[in-house]
Design a protein around this ligand. Structure first.
Ligand code: PLP
Length: 461
């Protein structure tokens, strides 16, 4: 045999395990709802004035009815409508589960590293999994226009695409600093037919009040949320859409982990470590919760690790308490790990990880020790991303890179202790529209910001 044939044969031997595909008819047909398996029910969202649980019916002014029903549902599984399953197939689901063999070899680790390739969606992240569902339920009930906010632009582009596919108008309030840093994302949303405004904007009273004080206000996700809500409640034809944090969003993302479980089962492997980055918690939850279901039932002994930036340390330095979801105090009070709803995030490049709080179910799981969290600085994160790009060939989103930093460290620990752990992570986004961040990193211009002032008020004892 020639050397080439030799090599091809060796490659062939590893291929089936390298990339685990699922046929299209194995897209999960139900969403998994972790609320059914939590030992204690989640603390309910509270009206800030009365401190009493919010009547879910009031949320129907903001969200499609079916989404409100899902938000408070305690059912373990919720059927996915055929139209949404078709849309998932159209954007390329199921995504493959990939073994990062070249990264393993480079690290000389006995650990096995697998990732779920969510970056393969048309907009480059996991966000369409919920955007398509939200656009569908809204179009079904006759909503004409969707409004949302976007930080990095990943969510905005996913909703813009989904609004286009289901025939809805869409307006996106984009955090001004991202609007300036990521013109590519804005063009993408406009190409899909959405209207994009830098936030704070002069389209809302809240935005105007902030611009009056500072015409160059960089904006925050909390402010953009407030503007989107104000826009929604002043127009009958409009509903609001949120890309993370809420129960129904996490539920939609559960198709990621359900697919991954089938893929692991098909090669007879069980993950020992399950990791993801956390902005609001949706990609982590979507990947991890179907495995967490098994852990909560004592059927899986895995470790769950959530990765966040040191500059926005919601779960590593925050407080587990009731806080507002937005800067203008328009949302109910939600029990979560928070660094304060007025937190001014340092301008890190991971726009998707700048939110002050995290999803309530994730926070409950962190609080009772089922999920551990870790935090990193920008430079070490981009260094890890570069290693990943040079070994695996993919340039990850800066958000995802926080998790890649963790899995590389974990794989190196496995090398020291000679453990062949199976490490799985959600590869939730590519970085092809974040090259300015890589440019700054390569030029040595990235700053490892310390957190801003953390101020958490107590609203409920
Ligand atoms: C939006 C986004 C995040 C953060 O949001 P989660 O709800 O925590 O997933 C992380 N990574 C990417 C690529 C994103 O687009």
């Amino acid at each position: 045999m020639t050397a080439l044939e030799d090599m091809l044969q060796a490659e062939e031997a590893v291929l089936p395990e390298n990339r685990v595909n699922l046929p299209q008819d194995e897209i999960p047909t139900r969403y998994y709802n972790i609320q059914a398996d939590l030992r204690e029910p989640l603390p309910p969202p509270l009206d800030p004035k009365t401190k009493q649980p919010v009547n879910p019916a009031l949320l129907e002014r903001l969200f499609a009815k079916e989404l409100v029903r899902q938000e408070v549902s305690q059912e373990r599984f919720i059927s996915i409508p055929d139209e949404v399953l078709e849309a998932y197939a159209r954007i390329g689901r199921p995504t493959p589960l990939v073994r990062a063999r070249r990264l393993e070899r480079f690290l000389k680790t006995p650990a096995k590293i697998f990732y779920k390739a969510e970056y393969l969606s048309p907009t480059g992240s996991h966000k369409p999994n919920t955007a398509l569902a939200q656009a569908y339920y809204n179009s079904k009930q006759g909503t004409e226009r969707l409004v949302t906010e976007s930080g990095a632009g990943q969510w905005g582009s996913a909703l813009a695409m989904s609004a286009a596919l289901f025939g809805l108008k869409c307006r996106i309030y984009m955090v001004r600093i991202s609007y300036q840093q990521k013109p590519g994302r804005r063009t993408m949303m406009e190409t899909y037919g959405s209207e994009v405004l830098p936030s704070p904007s002069d389209a809302t009273n809240f935005g105007k009040s902030l611009l009056a004080k500072d015409p160059n206000h960089p904006g925050t996700l909390g402010i953009a949320i407030s503007e989107a809500i104000e826009d929604t409640v002043t127009r009958e034809d409009t509903r609001y859409s949120l890309g993370s944090v809420l129960n129904h969003v996490l539920l939609h993302q559960s198709i990621i982990g359900q697919e991954a479980k089938k893929q692991f089962e098909s090669i007879d492997v069980q993950p020992d470590v399950i990791a993801g980055c956390i902005g609001g918690g949706s990609n982590f939850a979507g990947f991890a919760y179907p495995f967490m279901m098994d852990k909560l039932k004592g059927k899986l002994d895995a470790e769950f690790v959530a990765c966040e930036p040191k500059a926005v340390p919601s779960t590593t330095r925050g407080v587990y308490t009731y806080d507002f979801g937005d800067a203008a105090e328009m949302t109910p009070l939600v029990k979560m790990y928070t660094i304060g709803h007025k937190y001014l995030s340092p301008p890190i490049h991971s726009g998707g990880l700048r939110y002050h709080g995290k999803a309530p179910s994730l926070c409950a799981l962190i609080n009772n020790g089922h999920v551990r969290s870790v935090a990193y600085h920008q430079n070490e994160v981009f260094q890890a991303a570069r290693t990943f790009a040079q070994t695996e060939g993919l340039i990850p989103a800066p958000e995802t890179a926080h998790c890649i930093k963790y899995i590389i460290d974990e794989a190196l620990r496995c090398k020291e202790t000679n453990q062949d752990k199976v490490i799985a992570f959600n590869n939730c986004g590519h970085g092809l529209l974040d090259l300015k961040a890589y440019e700054d990193f390569l030029a040595g211009k990235l700053i490892d910001y310390e957190p801003s002032k953390i101020e958490v008020e107590t609203y409920v004892n």
